[in-house]
Design a binder for this molecule. Structure first.
Ligand code: AMP
Ligand code: GLY
Length: 425
């Protein structure tokens, strides 16, 4: 690959903002392009729809783009790598078929079963199998975990505390609570463990671990429902030390990559394992085929090494000779959401206080935009993520919450207990 690259980032959340922020620090970047909107002075691919792959291919050709990074699962599951790679474009994402590891929870669970990867007991249910599903629920102890098979913006998992509620929810999901995504539902045994997001860069042959992160998916304090796509994160994860990660590697990573190969699948891109730690042992909860949001906002700041070198390793299958240097600092991120999230969120409110933050925190804009008068306005659920690097997690949390307090908008909602109680590092 060339020394200096032109890179196109696709997607418009806090994660993509973190990707652009990290790219800007690379000595190997010529220009950064972004669609559907700009971040941190990146060149804006005006009007480019990330889902219109022919248009993306045209933009790539006209602008001499060397590398495309799709941030979110929907673009990847729609097959962007399958479309662009035959045209000679390098894409940091797996194929559509590999993306089924995330876009179908049924496929993922069956893949785990085929390759003896430790996971929660489960049953797949469609309307034709409703009775069997109800019987399976009868056989489990509360709480009950119900998951939409398809992509649902991280919101398709419901935790029910009573059997009656679980049965009603199962019926509701099959009847279209999450549209087509829940026409198949996975009922899963509840694992009372501690969550950890494990990220890998994968080039089809070799892999490298990125820093670990703990995401807080539930909307309310004390991990109370409903599920969101993530309300905050910290890195590293104190209970996921070297010994634990060696178990993750042996029981999950190696069988997963071997299984993909055996099934004739060439996986290149980021692979994100949603792992539960239960009494020191790892269980795989889910696969994602991309970086997490808000995990990317704590993982990327903790990588001291050059990001483009890593991306090159994925694209050119040279990860065997790449290294990641992890910072000794800890990072904490908190998401400020709009009222209504994870349901339909209130939009159009002015955001104030951003200027007062300056360099006190990293600012990763999400669902916000600028109006004609230059004001910042909310435009969706996860409005903005702030992140702070500090000597340890408590210090990073103090700093990030102090900055979050300086931001105001009507209906602003923030979880108050991100990272609390997590052991210090
Ligand atoms: P998923 O989309 O599969 O990662 O699920 C979203 C969230 O639901 C996870 O991050 C956990 O907080 C929770 N969850 C999912 N599956 C289970 C399980 N089997 N036991 C306990 N919690 C779970
Ligand atoms: N924060 C979890 C995800 O990105 O799916």
């Amino acid at each position: 690959m060339k020394d200096l690259l032109d890179i196109l980032v696709l997607g418009d959340g806090g994660r993509e903002a973190a990707i652009v922020w990290k790219l800007r620090q690379s000595r190997r970047v010529s220009r950064i392009h972004c669609a559907p909107r700009p971040y941190f002075g990146a060149t804006h691919a005006v009007g480019l729809d990330p889902f219109d792959f022919a248009e993306v291919a045209n933009y790539v050709a006209v602008n001499g783009i060397d590398l495309v990074i799709p941030g979110n699962e929907n673009i990847i599951a729609a097959g962007i790598a399958d479309f662009l790679e035959p045209l000679g474009v390098k894409v940091i994402a797996p194929s559509r078929q590999c993306a089924a590891l995330e876009s179908s929870k049924e496929y993922a669970k069956e893949f785990m079963s085929r390759h003896a990867i430790p996971t929660a007991r489960f049953m797949t249910v469609t309307t034709d199998w409703l009775d069997e599903g109800m019987n399976f629920l009868d056989s489990l102890k509360p709480p009950y975990v119900l998951k939409a098979d398809g992509l649902a913006h991280g919101k398709g998992v419901i935790l029910c505390h009573s059997l009656a509620d679980a049965k009603d929810t199962l019926s509701d999901m099959l009847e279209g609570l999450f549209g087509e995504a829940s026409s198949t539902v996975i009922i899963e045994e509840f694992i009372a463990g501690r969550e950890c997001s494990v990220f890998l860069a994968v080039d089809g042959e070799d892999y490298i671990f990125l820093p670990t992160a703990r995401d807080y998916k539930q909307l309310r304090d004390n991990n109370d429902a409903p599920n969101t796509a993530g309300m905050g994160a910290v890195s590293p994860v104190p209970y996921a030390g070297q010994e634990f990660l060696e178990k993750v590697e042996k029981r999950i990573v190696i069988p997963t990559l071997r299984g993909l190969k055996e099934e004739g699948l060439d996986y290149r891109g980021f692979l994100f394992l949603g792992v539960m730690e239960l009494e020191g042992e790892p269980l795989l909860i889910e696969y994602n085929v991309r970086l997490g949001d808000p995990e990317a906002e704590v993982v990327l700041p903790r990588m001291k090494s050059d990001f483009v070198d890593l991306l090159e390793g994925i694209a050119d299958r040279t990860l065997a000779v790449k290294r990641i240097v992890e910072s000794d600092l800890a990072c904490a991120a908190v998401v400020a959401c709009a009222e209504g999230y994870p349901g339909p969120a209130r939009t159009g409110d002015e955001i104030t206080g951003l200027a007062s933050i300056k360099d006190d925190c990293l600012i990763f804009p999400g669902a916000m935009k600028r109006d004609d008068e230059g004001r910042y306005i909310t435009s969706g659920g996860r409005v903005i993520t702030l992140a702070s690097l500090a000597a340890d997690i408590p210090e990073a949390l103090t700093r990030v919450y102090e900055c979050v307090d300086r931001i105001s908008f009507q209906g602003k909602y923030v979880r108050a207990d991100i990272g609390s109680g997590i052991n210090n590092i």
